[in-house]
Design a protein around this ligand. Sequence first.
Ligand SMILES: NC(=O)c1ccc[n+]([C@@H]2O[C@H](COP(=O)([O-])OP(=O)(O)OC[C@H]3O[C@@H](n4cnc5c(N)ncnc54)[C@H](OP(=O)(O)O)[C@@H]3O)[C@@H](O)[C@H]2O)c1
Length: 294
Amino acid sequence: MKGKAVLIVGGTQGMGAASALRFAAMGSSVTIVGRNSLLGEGVVSRMRAAAPSTDSRFRFRQLDVTSMKGCREFCHSFVSDLRSEQAQLGAVVLCAGNLNYGPRRLTSEGLESGFALNFLSRFLMIRELLPFILEHRHDTRIVNVLGAGNGGSIDYEDLQLEHGFSFIRAAVVHATLTDLTTLELGQRYKDHPSKPCFYHMFPGVVATNALANGGFPCLIAKPASWVAPLLFPSAEKVSKTIVSIASDPEYGHHRSPGLLGPSGSEIRVPGYLKDSKDKQLQIWRVANEILDRI
Ligand SMILES: NC(=O)c1ccc[n+]([C@@H]2O[C@H](COP(=O)([O-])OP(=O)(O)OC[C@H]3O[C@@H](n4cnc5c(N)ncnc54)[C@H](OP(=O)(O)O)[C@@H]3O)[C@@H](O)[C@H]2O)c1
């Protein structure tokens, strides 16, 4: 990854920030995206300190990814920077997300906010970056960090949970949709000469501020934040696996279907994804239709 560009969406804290620091130490140029500029600039300073050479570029871009228009604009300017700097895009790591406690909220674009954050923004980022990725032979890897294999049987007519929102139902929907689109992307581009790789990873339970960030009540989030480091791995530890998936030859193009568990090993395709081609195509069409309207 030395000398290559890396994009980390959701890179201001947690696993995204820890991955950003690892890429910086490997000599990559890293752009991180998030809403919190104080945290973002802090990660940029730490990346500078960790970098082996002064040639690498480190940037924080402030963006609320629940805005599809904002994501689209960001991707255009990111690609334009890559082109003008003649940079190779080594990896895209999609970490922006949370276990949204609720209540159900709509964005100004009329999307359920968790659906926008955990699924559609990621799908859109991939869709907008794909032309650049396919145009070049940079062996770009796209790693979605969410909930591979943790989906289930969902109501395909109610993806934005108008009828009965709960954070658990939302998490199952977002994991299922990301599984389906990862499989579809892998199948669509498996023989493409630019050899892009698409992964969806479930990191397991990781000791981050995820519960507080997801709006869980203090009475749950606070004690959890004390206990979690005793029971679960840190973001720093898990970022080692994320960065390996994004860069290690071991995770080369032969790995398919790209659904990975906490240790980075392939998970067995769960029952809800068996014979899923129709569902893959349905979600592909629905996601594209929503995005084409915004
Ligand atoms: N921690 C776990 O146990 C666990 C388990 C399974 C899956 N996951 C998933 O893995 C991913 C990373 O988890 P994590 O624990 O590292 O999370 P985290 O510590 O809460 O960090 C989340 C990152 O996403 C960014 N983000 C959140 N909402 C955003 C928005 N609307 N626009 C732009 N950026 C946004 C945050 O940045 P700003 O606050 O600066 O916007 C932050 O950088 C998440 O999708 C999470 O759901 C986590």
